[in-house]
Ligand binder design. Structure first.
Ligand code: KG4
Ligand code: ZN
Length: 343
């Protein structure tokens, strides 16, 4: 049974994990950098890259210790090769290459988005291809038909901000702290989602895409109006995001053949988002599958698991594979309209 060492360093989490192809997570080590970035109210790429340099190798040692295996017993090294902050991606990929070279093991270069996209299959063995995935993270908001490892059809994407980015910017505007998503969710618990009238961009639109920039501007105006509590703005904002995600997902769900409705990425940790998607799946008579919360946000178990799926498919990479800041899962997807289009 193949044993995969996974490395993740594309944003502000440094992580190493050992996962077996039968879905056993033998080790899962993670070091966050929240304290280092908090004074700046967002992730500072240079600080992130330096922290990955310090933390990644000790985490690899800790993961091998936790798993009770030596490097020689690992069958392949899976490292995130993009997309993400390029300094961090380079740290993880070069570490992966060095380990692969030293141990004489194959390298598997994993697309970070593929890590998120396949993570629901690590948690739930019953999930089979093809499935409709709502991938909602700090950098992305996409609907993908997942047909297999390396086989994705992008059906919708955001024409401006990602959903997690909207949460982060709203938290910053409301002074709720960093990281933004969990802070907005916490504040929303104490607020009234009906209190502040906010727009639902592209709701009911014939095109499949998402948009959140207008919502963020409306949050700014609501704050500056001085009429509302931050908790009420947070709750109303979260409800607007949920309404947009559900409307857009329902539109695409009607048009695809899928085994399940699946959500992944950091925003999938949000309970209001999960609850609404669960109801949408029930509406369509489909199973709803979401990874456990810790597997939604960045981690290395999902990278090791994507590595395991690729290992089984014989998909390996040469030591000359580049690190990429941008790397779409479906390069053939048409560009969504508008400037500032995300990959
Ligand atoms: O997948 P992820 O950990 O990193 C990326 O690949 O982007 O996603 C991070 C994003 C951030 O924007 C964060 O604010 C958001 O996920 N997030 C949440 C929650 N937890 C994390 N958004 C809303 N509610 C949450 N509970
Ligand atoms: Zn991520």
């Amino acid at each position: 049974m193949p044993l995969i060492l996974g490395l993740e360093s594309s944003c502000d989490e440094t992580a190493a994990a050992v996962v077996r192809a039968d879905r056993t997570i033998l080790a899962h080590q993670l070091a966050g950098q929240e304290a280092a970035h908090r004074p700046f109210g967002g992730v500072v790429p240079e600080i992130a890259a330096r922290a990955h340099v310090e933390m990644l190798t000790p985490l690899v040692e800790a993961a091998l210790d936790e798993a009770g295996v030596g490097l020689s017993e690992i069958d392949a090294i899976a490292a995130t090769a993009g997309p993400g902050l390029i300094g961090g991606v380079m740290v993880g990929l070069v570490t992966g290459k060095a380990l692969a070279l030293a141990a004489g093991k194959p390298l598997i270069a994993v697309n970070h988005l593929e890590g998120h996209a396949l993570s629901p299959r690590l948690a739930d063995p019953s999930l089979s291809f093809p499935y409709l995935l709502l991938l909602v993270s700090g950098g992305h908001c996409q609907l993908l038909l997942v047909e297999g490892a390396g086989r994705y059809r992008r059906l919708a994407t955001t024409i401006d901000d990602a959903a997690g980015e909207a949460f982060d910017k709203t938290a910053k505007l409301l002074g709720l702290g960093f990281p933004g998503g969990p802070a907005v969710e916490r504040a929303a618990l104490a607020g009234n989602a009906m209190a502040v009238p906010l727009p639902r961009p592209l709701l009911g639109s014939a095109e499949p895409h998402f948009s959140f920039a207008g919502l963020k501007s409306a949050v700014l105006r609501a704050r500056d109006a001085g009429l509302y509590q931050a908790e009420d703005i947070a709750a109303s904002f979260q409800q607007a995001v949920v309404d947009c995600l559900i409307d857009r997902t329902r539109r695409t769900l009607r048009a695809v053949d899928t085994t399940a409705l699946v959500v992944a990425g950091g925003v999938a940790a949000n309970k209001a988002v999960r609850g609404a998607l669960e109801a949408l799946a029930a509406e369509h008579g489909l199973p709803f599958i979401a990874p456990p919360l810790w597997l939604c946000t960045d981690n290395a178990a999902m990278i090791a698991w994507a590595g395991a799926e690729r290992y089984e498919a014989g998909m390996f990479d040469g030591l000359d594979i580049p690190a990429r800041a941008r790397w779409p899962l479906d390069p053939s997807a048409e560009k969504a309209r508008g400037a500032g289009v995300k990959a």
